[in-house]
Write a protein that binds this ligand. Structure first.
Ligand SMILES: [Zn+2]
Length: 109
């Protein structure tokens, strides 16, 4: 079963609170939208394969694939894949344990 609404993109669904205390992940839409507007090449990550810490821009980038493939600069395991279509993208970050990047301070009210 998919959470995608028949008439629109997944983010068109209103957040739904489940009885076991968590929200539908659509509630994270604003936070994710903010994060993915930054330049991720400056982000620090750690390779799942060898635990090497690196800046994403240091990854070995391969463009002769159906998209972009970034490999660890130490062990050459795949750390990310990005495929772009005209109306959507697929980003696979399973080769990185965590990304750390700077964000501007939120505006004060
Ligand atoms: Zn590695």
């Amino acid at each position: 079963m998919t959470s995608r609404h028949e008439d629109g993109p997944p983010h068109a669904l209103p957040p739904a609170e489940h009885t076991d205390g968590h929200l539908d992940a659509n509630a994270a839409g604003g936070a994710l939208r903010e994060i993915f507007t930054v330049d991720l090449t400056a982000a620090a990550g750690t390779c799942v394969g060898c635990a090497h810490a690196f800046i994403l821009a240091q990854a070995l980038l391969y463009t002769q694939a159906p998209g972009l493939v970034g490999r660890c600069p130490s062990c050459e395991d795949v750390v990310f894949r990005l495929v772009r279509a005209p109306d959507r993208a697929w980003l696979d970050l399973r080769g990185v344990t965590c990304l750390e990047f700077a964000l501007p301070e939120p505006p004060t009210i």
